[in-house]
Design a protein. Structure first.
Length: 187
C-alpha cells in the first residue's frame, strides 16, 4: 500500500464501469492510505452510473478527499500555478480547453503538495511528467491499472488473480493480454 495518491477521472470510469463488481469502491482504498481527487477531475466523472455512485460513496465516507488549488497556501499555490502553466503548454489544446484539464489540475496539485502517485490509465502520460515535472525532487509516478494488478501479483495488496482478471476486463482490456502478459497462470 502506498501512502498517498491523486486519482484521475479515466481510472474511476474504468474501474467503476460494472454493475456486478464495485472495483472502484473496493480496490482504490487497498492501493493507498490517503486518496485525493481534484474537483475538476471529479466533475468529469458523469457516467457510467456505477462509477458515479461508487465515487460518491468513497467521497461521502471520507475515503477520497476532494481538493483544489483554492485551499492552498501562498507558497503551494505559486508552485501549483507555475506547474499548471508548464503542463498547459504541452497538454491543453486551446481549441479544446477542457481536454486534459483534469489531468493538468491533478498533476499541478500533486506537484504543489508532494503527492507522489497519479492514478490514471493514460498510457502516454509518464513521459510528459518525466520531461516536464520530474527533477528528482517530489517526482510523480503514474499508477495505472496494470500497476495495481502488479501490486496484487507481488503481494503488496490482497486481490486474487481471478478478481484482477475481472478488473482488467471491466476496464475494457483484452483477456488474452492478461493471461499471456500481465498475470499468466503458473503451470
Amino acid at each position: 500500500m502506498i501512502e498517498k495518491m491523486i486519482i484521475d477521472a479515466d481510472l474511476c470510469i474504468k474501474l467503476g464501469g460494472s454493475d456486478k463488481y464495485g472495483f472502484l469502491y473496493e480496490v482504490l482504498p487497498l492501493v493507498a492510505k490517503k486518496i485525493y481527487m481534484h474537483t475538476h477531475a471529479h466533475s468529469e466523472v458523469m457516467m457510467p452510473y456505477y462509477a458515479v455512485s461508487q465515487l460518491k460513496a468513497l467521497v461521502s465516507e471520507g475515503k477520497v478527499e476532494l481538493v483544489n488549488e483554492s485551499e492552498l497556501d501562498a507558497k503551494d499555490r505559486a508552485v501549483y500555478d507555475a506547474t499548471y502553466r508548464k503542463l498547459e503548454r504541452v497538454m491543453i489544446d486551446p481549441h479544446k480547453p477542457n481536454k486534459n484539464k483534469g489531468e493538468t489540475c491533478s498533476l499541478a496539485y500533486a506537484k504543489a503538495t508532494g503527492i507522489p502517485y497519479f492514478a490514471t490509465d493514460e498510457m502516454n502520460l509518464q513521459p510528459i511528467i518525466d520531461s516536464q515535472l520530474n527533477t528528482g525532487i517530489d517526482d510523480i509516478k503514474c499508477m495505472r491499472i496494470v500497476d495495481i494488478i502488479q501490486m496484487a501479483h507481488d503481494g503488496q495488496i490482497i486481490l486474487s488473480r481471478k478478481i484482477c482478471k475481472a478488473l482488467w476486463i471491466v476496464a475494457g482490456k483484452k483477456k488474452d493480454i492478461f493471461d499471456k502478459e500481465i498475470w499468466p497462470v503458473e503451470g
